[in-house]
Design a protein around this ligand. Structure first.
Ligand code: NDP
Length: 246
């Protein structure tokens, strides 16, 4: 269990991040529910956590802003004294085919998904090194493992997360810090809800298990990697995708 642990989950106001935050809180961690635009939804997550007997605080921060991300971690360390778990989950999509993709759409997805994760790792590393312990879990995607037509920006950000995870894992292993990635396949959230039915049917046909996953499936994998049971696992990419990327 995770009593006394402090966890920061980015993009925890909705979808997968919300489920991860609730799962870590149920296991005893004090959870910082980071959000950017959805203040009301983040407050709901905290209410749910507290109703279930857990602890947490909602904190607004646009993780794509290096300075703001630094302020987030300064606040957490000053207020709670430590950071044991960082889950880099915040992510966006701006899909489009290569021939039509604007530079702006490419840059904004890289800025949030890839640089956002870098910013948070960069700011949390000092504290985790001081503690001589920590767990970092970066949310990648099956798109980063296999590539996906219409997602060159997103796939680049998620493949980048994998390279960054393995590099950070090598740098931090001797400091008692593990760094792993979880690569979800198609999971039912707001992000996949907006896909046209035809795309959803096409996607389901590529999944050996024949169906989309649930946010719980991802949250349980993250909770395992954040737990003491996973102490000897680092630099790995755990696909939670119904068999898509085997
Ligand atoms: P949602 O669109 O449901 O939620 C995205 C979350 O990210 C929201 O809480 C949002 O916060 C937050 N967010 C977005 N931009 C920022 C930012 N700049 N700073 C802080 N928070 C931000 O997405 P999912 O739950 O579906 O996805 C979560 C993660 O899982 C993403 O990294 C995604 O790429 C990945 N993933 C999802 C898959 C799926 O099928 N759903 C498949 C593979 C990977 P707010 O609303 O407050 O702005």
């Amino acid at each position: 269990m995770m009593a006394e642990k402090v966890a920061v989950v980015t993009g925890a106001s909705r979808g997968i991040g919300r489920e991860i935050a609730k799962t870590l809180a149920v296991q005893g961690a004090l959870v910082i529910v980071n959000y950017n635009g959805s203040a009301g939804k983040a407050a709901e997550v905290i209410e749910e956590i507290k109703r279930a007997g857990g602890k947490g605080e909602a904190l607004k921060c646009d993780v794509s802003d290096f300075e703001k991300a630094g302020e987030l971690f300064d606040y957490v360390v000053k207020t709670y004294g430590r950071v044991d778990i960082l889950v880099n989950n915040a992510g966006i999509t701006k899909d489009g085919l290569l021939m039509r993709m604007s530079e702006e759409d490419f840059d904004s997805v890289i800025r949030t998904n890839l640089k956002g994760a870098f910013h948070c790792m960069r700011h949390v590393a000092r504290q985790m090194i001081r503690q001589k312990s920590g767990r970092i879990i970066n949310i990648s995607s099956v798109s980063g493992v296999l590539g996906n037509a219409g997602q060159i920006n997103y796939a680049a950000s998620k493949a980048g997360i994998i390279g960054m995870t393995k590099s950070a894992a090598r740098e931090l292993a001797s400091r008692g810090i593990t760094v792993n990635a979880v690569a979800p396949g198609f999971i039912n959230t707001d992000m996949t809800e907006v896909l046209p039915d035809k795309v959803k049917e096409g996607a389901a046909a590529q999944i050996p298990m024949g169906m989309f996953g649930d946010t719980r499936d991802v949250a349980d994998a993250v909770a395992f990697l954040a737990s003491d049971q996973a102490r000897y696992i680092t630099g790995q990419v755990l696909c939670v995708d119904g068999g898509m990327a085997m």
